[in-house]
Design a protein around this ligand. Structure first.
Ligand SMILES: [Zn+2]
Length: 285
């Protein structure tokens, strides 16, 4: 049976999200979004190795284990571990937004240009189609942001927002796209999204615009929508208390990597289940 599984790995602070798509014949295809591993701490790399090995995948003998790798934006807490991920596992596609130049971003593009571990790479925006036949993946991939040829001085706002859809279930991954962009992005959201990543790790500017409005939350009318945050409690104080209060007032269920450890959502396109580990003993709120 076809299945889509998304794991927000608890990497302390930053993002690393593993996507596992299984077709009706049980064949797996993998995607990866961001990685904040440093040279001395390879938390996500170890997680992915074990994930492959538990599935019986002999990853060392396979040139390109990832069908695609996506960099949401050029900040170090999303970008600095991706080179080692691609060097270790290989990828057929590497996608990234047009970006305010940063050293990390430049080094990644330089690596993609010269390494045989990356077959194809390109900048993406809402004008790009990421589906078959170029990309072999058993779930639809749709870029909701950024707009075509748009580069913002605030790198967070260059974040790629990606919707993954299998059957009636959709999962929206948001990088650090700030609230001022969401009035445009929400018009492109799938209907009744099953699972949405709270932007910018629950930072105030991810949900609240300068006037205090919450354009993303205001559009989520489906009570079954679940939320997840890759929290940055240390050192950035994310999620912001105002975000936690707002989610609680609206009775959203929100999973947080600082409280729930690795958070995995799995769907067969109809039913959805969420797996996580409590590390604090407290229920998600
Ligand atoms: Zn970030």
């Amino acid at each position: 049976m076809a299945e889509l599984s998304v794991t927000v790995i608890d990497v302390g602070w930053g993002d690393c999200i593993l996507v596992d798509s299984q077709d009706d014949a049980g064949k797996h295809r993998y995607g990866l979004i961001d990685c904040n591993d440093s040279e001395r701490q390879r938390t996500a790399l170890g997680f992915v190795k074990r994930y492959f090995e538990r599935q019986g995948r002999n990853w060392k003998t396979i040139d390109h284990n990832f069908e695609w790798v996506l960099l949401t934006h050029g900040h170090a807490d999303h970008a600095r571990g991706l080179k080692e991920m691609m060097r270790t596992f290989g990828t057929k596609h590497f996608w990234y937004p047009k970006s305010v130049a940063s050293t990390t971003y430049g080094l990644l593009l330089d690596y993609a240009n010269r390494s045989k571990n990356v077959v194809h790479h390109q900048a993406v925006d809402v004008s790009k189609i990421l589906g078959p036949p170029q990309v072999d993946f058993h779930a639809d991939l749709e870029v909701l942001w950024p707009n075509w040829n748009q580069i913002d001085d605030n790198e967070n706002n260059n974040s790629v927002v990606l919707a993954l859809t299998l059957g009636d279930a959709s999962i929206v991954l948001t990088g650090d796209a700030e609230a001022e962009n969401w009035p445009e992005i929400v018009d492109r959201l799938p209907q009744n999204p099953t699972y949405i990543q709270i932007p910018h790790h629950g930072g105030r500017n991810g949900l609240f615009d300068p006037a205090g409005a919450t354009p993303l939350l205001d559009t989520i009318r489906w009570r079954k929508t679940r939320l997840v945050m890759s929290s940055h409690v240390v050192p950035h104080g994310h999620p912001h208390p105002d975000v936690v209060t707002e989610l609680s007032n609206r009775r959203f269920v929100a999973y947080r990597t600082d409280r729930n450890y690795h958070v995995t959502l799995t769907t067969n396109g109809d039913k959805v289940r969420v797996g996580y580990t409590h590390v604090s003993g407290r229920l998600p709120q």
